[in-house]
Write a protein that binds this ligand. Structure first.
Ligand SMILES: Cc1cc2nc3c(=O)[nH]c(=O)nc-3n(C[C@H](O)[C@H](O)[C@H](O)COP(=O)(O)OP(=O)(O)OC[C@H]3O[C@@H](n4cnc5c(N)ncnc54)[C@H](O)[C@@H]3O)c2cc1C
Length: 404
């Protein structure tokens, strides 16, 4: 089953070919094993290796660095397909994508040259770290600090929270306070490129001073690890400030917020993907399951549910594509990215819940895929800014654009 509605599409031939390739990969390699990996909370190593071969870690990285050089719109289409299979798989790629965006937009030539080729192949995987145990939405409230040592290096200390790819990544883009007295606080924040040993809970040698506690146990979004990061005197040379010290010192908040905008399109695409899968499952189950002498799909109450689900999926997809296309065209997309993230993540949760209801008691069984979707979907309401934060962004931008 391709999509719920007729196959009108605005995809270019290249987009058509690549999304078709990813869809087949998802159908053949991810969907058949996702339940097993989810139930065991096991990292999908073999799938990630195949994704490296397919080039999926370098979709938006320019060809000169070994990537595919594709735009955000095509990336969002790929993320939708991956999330239709299992949102944890797109999670492995997503903060990596944000890291490469930061390098492409704000990195120095040397930094791009050093990291992007290995990131394009997936040999080096990136994480992105703002959140702390006491701070998520209110990013200006972070406490982790970098202090300059006598030899000019920076020493990073503080605790970070909820880092996707926290253990297995080899590079973390982390926001630190470099001027605790700055007023407003965002002016005193800097993004550091911190390297680490992938998989090591205690780093040593040149990466000493960074440890990773055991992964956080979660209700869903299994397989991909979420961890704390504890920096304790981790030393960073000045050339590891994103963009270089001269350009990048004190610019971290602005850089990270810019990256969150594309991150929002990315989460929106994940919402579309999980909702699309829930719709497919509901369409199938409702035509197979009989009650009161006919398939439940023949009961109008169920058909109305299916109608609302399909309509929301389509609307979420269009909002997501619009935000991505505006960004690709170099136009303002802050408001649109917020709307897409808000609507698509809420759609993900709502459509999954309806699919769950349509499955009756079986939806509550671990034998059925919709049970996993039900635990996975709520993450999208939280990551890259909660729905409340999206509404704040949308409201603020609306007023900015419509000043009287
Ligand atoms: C599985 C997972 C993976 C994650 N991965 C990453 C990652 O890779 N990197 C990273 O940096 N972070 C990551 N996060 C963290 C995520 O970005 C934060 O959880 C999120 O930003 C919300 O912050 P918080 O949890 O501290 O909630 P809080 O900020 O404490 O918010 C709690 C509640 O208050 C509401 N609220 C807060 N402020 C306001 C306000 N002004 N007005 C109205 N309501 C408000 C929120 O909407 C929410 O409902 C991840 C989180 C999860 C669960």
């Amino acid at each position: 089953m391709a999509t719920a509605t007729a196959t009108y599409t605005e995809k270019t031939d290249e987009q058509q070919a690549i999304t078709e390739m990813v869809r087949q990969f998802v159908d053949n390699e991810i969907l058949p094993v996702a339940e097993e990996f989810d139930h065991e909370d096991k990292f999908p190593e073999a799938i990630v290796e195949q994704m490296k071969e397919l080039g999926l870690f370098g979709v938006t990285i320019p060809e000169e660095y070994g990537g595919m050089g594709l735009d955000l719109t095509t990336y969002a289409m790929i993320v939708e397909e991956l999330s239709r299979g299992w949102i944890s798989i797109s999670g492995v790629v997503n903060t990596h994508f944000i890291g490469s965006y930061l390098l492409m937009k704000f990195g120095s030539d040397e930094q791009r040259q050093e990291f992007l080729p290995r990131m394009a192949t997936g040999e080096l995987r990136a994480a992105f770290s703002l959140s702390e145990p006491e701070v998520g939405s209110d990013v200006q409230g972070i406490k982790a600090t970098a202090k300059r040592a006598g030899d000019g290096a920076w020493e990073l200390s503080g605790q970070k929270m909820w880092v996707t790819n926290g253990l297995l990544s080899g590079i973390v883009f982390v926001l630190m306070k470099t001027d605790p007295k700055a007023d407003p606080p965002y002016r005193g924040m800097t993004c550091f490129i911190t390297e680490k040993e992938p998989g090591a809970s205690e780093n040593s040698g040149e990466f000493a001073g960074l440890s990773i506690p055991p992964k956080i146990k979660k209700m869903g979004y299994k397989g991909v690890e979420s961890t704390e990061l504890v920096y304790d005197g981790y030393r960073c040379p000045p050339d590891r400030i994103l963009g270089g010290e001269e350009t990048g010192l004190g610019q971290g908040f602005r850089q990270m917020m810019d990256a969150l905008e594309v991150g929002r399109v990315n989460v929106a695409a994940r919402g579309v993907g999980i909702a699309q899968r829930a719709l497919e499952l509901a369409l199938r189950y409702s035509q197979e399951r009989k009650a009161f002498g006919k398939p439940i799909a023949q009961h109008q109450a169920i058909q109305f549910k299916l109608a609302d689900m399909a309509t929301k999926v389509e609307a979420a997809r269009l909002l997501t594509m619009k935000a991505a296309r505006l960004k690709d065209a170099g136009e303002r997309s802050d408001l649109e990215a917020g709307m897409a993230k808000l609507f698509a993540s809420e759609t993900g949760k709502e459509v999954v819940e309806e699919a769950f209801r349509i499955h009756g008691g079986y939806g509550y069984s671990k034998e059925y895929e919709v049970e996993r979707l039900y635990r996975d979907a709520p993450l999208l309401l939280i990551g890259e800014g909660t729905s409340e934060i999206q509404r704040m962004v949308i409201g603020k931008k609306l007023l900015e654009r419509n000043r009287v």
